[in-house]
Design a protein around this ligand. Sequence first.
Ligand SMILES: Cc1cc2nc3c(=O)[nH]c(=O)nc-3n(C[C@H](O)[C@H](O)[C@H](O)COP(=O)(O)O)c2cc1C
Length: 369
Amino acid sequence: MDKPFCNKQTDKMVVSRSEFKFAPNRVCKASRLSVAPMMDWTDRHCRYLHRMLSRETLLYTEMVPAPALVRGDAVHLLDHSPEEHPTALQLGGSDPSELAAAARLGEMAGYDEINLNVGCPSDRVQSGRFGAVLMKTPELVAECALAMREAVSVEVTVKCRIGVDTQEPQETLPEFLSQVSAVGVERFVIHARKAWLEGLSPKENRNIPSLDYSLVRAMKRLFPGLHLSVNGGITELEKAKAFLDSGLDGVMIGRAAYHTPADILAAADPLIFGCGARRDPVQVATDMLPYIERHVSDGGKLSQITRHMLGLFAGRPGARQWRRVLSKGAHRPGAGPELVQRALRQFDTTIGFNDPIAPVELVPSPVPR
Ligand SMILES: Cc1cc2nc3c(=O)[nH]c(=O)nc-3n(C[C@H](O)[C@H](O)[C@H](O)COP(=O)(O)O)c2cc1C
């Protein structure tokens, strides 16, 4: 197995079981930029790809329901590769003791952070009384967070909305942050739009309610001691950098990181974290080959990995052909890494990340140490 990236970091690491974990301050630094938890998308293969693009960015799992994890039905969702660190496990639930038990399982599995989902608006999630509906009961969120904090030594964080339904975010968001931080939660990700629990689908809830970034900035002024990341509608690294420069502590990116991973992640290390070099997508695809080889020889399907790689060349010459070769061939019985090699053959390796679509020249942000 390849060495974990964290070997190259200067910060102290702690070893949990046989895997490497990042020290809490290192995880917090990584949260300057994070890839959002996205169900069915940010599985272990997706995270491995994202890690090949950025060594520094914090990666979130899909939401794992605490009841299923504790019952033993979802333990496979904890599987991950040591290369993925720093990685945060997101849990869904509203029962403090169940969440504590699930957090413990997550820590034992080696996750660097446990995050509580207070933002997901789907019916499935509401019926279990977790996700965005919990914005209405900050005292219950505080109780859950406290139980989780007492159960684990890794940091417990919360991802929330600015409000739900008819709540007035200017009033309810500060109250929420105040109550939840009172039990010791110091790091929050705020999806800067409301969720409408009745009448809008989860997809519509990610687009229709308007974004209120200025409220998130106001929360940073009101709670200067909290680590606040903004999320929602951020589609360019330049915009992420602007948020950081304006005083926010972190930026979380979801859909854009998934659909255009090279645009968001390949330059993240030098531009957001002030270290490392911009990654070339051709090199990244090549670096995926040993991982793909292992997965396929262990009986996995090629498409389980390549479905996350379809957007790797988005916006670049050859993107369509790349997608075509992978989508047509990856489901065929016996398909393996040679298909990816074939799809790569069309690229002239002299065409790097900068050519011919040169990203805007950015000056790296000063990174707080
Ligand atoms: C397919 C998909 C699945 C998602 N699943 C989750 C989830 O499991 N947990 C969560 O907190 N948010 C989930 N979200 C919401 C994202 O984490 C993020 O908050 C949202 O997409 C807004 O960020 P963006 O505009 O950068 O995509 C999901 C979003 C998408 C597109």
